[in-house]
Design a protein around this ligand. Structure first.
Ligand code: NAI
Ligand code: 15L
Length: 268
């Protein structure tokens, strides 16, 4: 049967807020979790991914989990280790112990961020391109994908790992014209990932049907995902403001954009 009750971790964040507004229309009952309190939902769970007892209670009885919680940008390794690596492990253990059948894992394009972006007539980047994380953050997403594979092979717990591009209300850079996923397409993709049959561990790129797309959406489409949006309507304005991507600029040369070259700035 299709999942109905879904735990949404990271529900207070940017993507979590978009999804908690969009996913109920697909028929889901969401249980929300975040380390930050969520106003307006008295049933929301305020808990850290480090709190194993709280996770076990939060996953009990849900049909599936959308796992968004964690640090979403580069940060010191120790912080990434705790929130993204140990935190994701703790969540998978809780899911295994409580018999949850499926997780949709928010991976990231930064798991393959050091892959040169296609230029000219280059082919789209396939889903099985070697992983080339561009940050400790991207490395933690590689860990999450491998953890998902292990829990499928060993325990039969299914995951769809979504290497999200940039999911924001609108694209705000020329790079995002290639990697943008509209919130509406994000909800469509999460719905497909929750309902497709027999996914085992499937890895997909998450973006809209952008004219300037850099990667291959076929594994996402195989789940039943049909993107409806294209960033091209924003292209003229963004290119007028920012110029075309410069192949000589290292921050424009790879899938991960400026993540490959940013000096370490630690926001946390
Ligand atoms: P965000 O930073 O706005 O939200 C993350 C949420 O996780 C925050 O509300 C934060 O309080 C919570 N969180 C952090 N550490 C936690 C912990 N130890 N325990 C419980 N909650 C914790 O990030 P955003 O943009 O909403 O991204 C959500 C997920 O999607 C992240 O895993 C991110 O890596 C991934 N992603 C997002 C992309 C995007 O375009 N928004 C692109 C690629 C991946
Ligand atoms: C990510 O993984 C980040 O979580 C998000 O904030 C964006 O920076 C996105 O990648 C991106 O590559 O634009």
């Amino acid at each position: 049967p299709a999942p109905r009750t879904v735990l949404l971790t990271g529900a207070a964040g940017g993507l979590g807020t978009l999804m908690r507004n969009l996913l109920p229309a697909f028929g889901y009952e969401l249980r929300l979790l975040d380390v930050r309190p969520i106003e307006g939902d008295p049933d929301a769970v305020t808990a850290d991914l480090a709190d194993r007892d709280a996770l076990r209670e939060a996953v009990r009885g849900v049909d599936a989990i959308i796992h968004l919680a964690g640090i979403s940008l580069e940060a010191p390794f120790e912080k990434i280790l705790q929130a993204n690596i140990e935190g994701t492990y703790n969540l998978y253990e809780a899911a295994r112990e409580e018999g949850v059948q499926r997780i949709v894992f928010a991976s990231s394009n930064h798991a393959v961020g050091f892959t040169p972006r296609p230029q000219g007539d280059d082919p789209l980047i396939p889903i099985d391109t070697p992983r080339r994380p561009d940050t400790f953050y991207g490395l933690s997403k590689c860990f999450g994908e491998d953890l998902a594979q292990l829990y499928w092979d060993k325990y039969g717990l299914e995951t769809v790992s979504v290497r999200i591009g940039s999911c924001f209300p609108q694209p705000t850079s020329v790079r995002m014209l290639s990697v943008w996923m509209s919130p509406a397409d994000g909800a469509r993709l999460f719905h497909a990932a929750l309902t497709a049959e027999d996914v085992k561990h499937t890895v997909v790129y998450g973006s809209s049907a952008n004219t300037r797309l850099w990667w291959d959406l076929s594994t996402a489409r195989a789940l039943g995902y049909e993107p409806q949006d294209d960033s091209e309507e924003f292209a003229e304005k963004l290119i007028a403001e920012q110029g075309e991507l410069d192949p000589e600029n290292v921050a424009h040369a790879y899938l991960g954009g400026h993540f490959v070259s940013d000096p370490p700035i630690w926001p946390y």
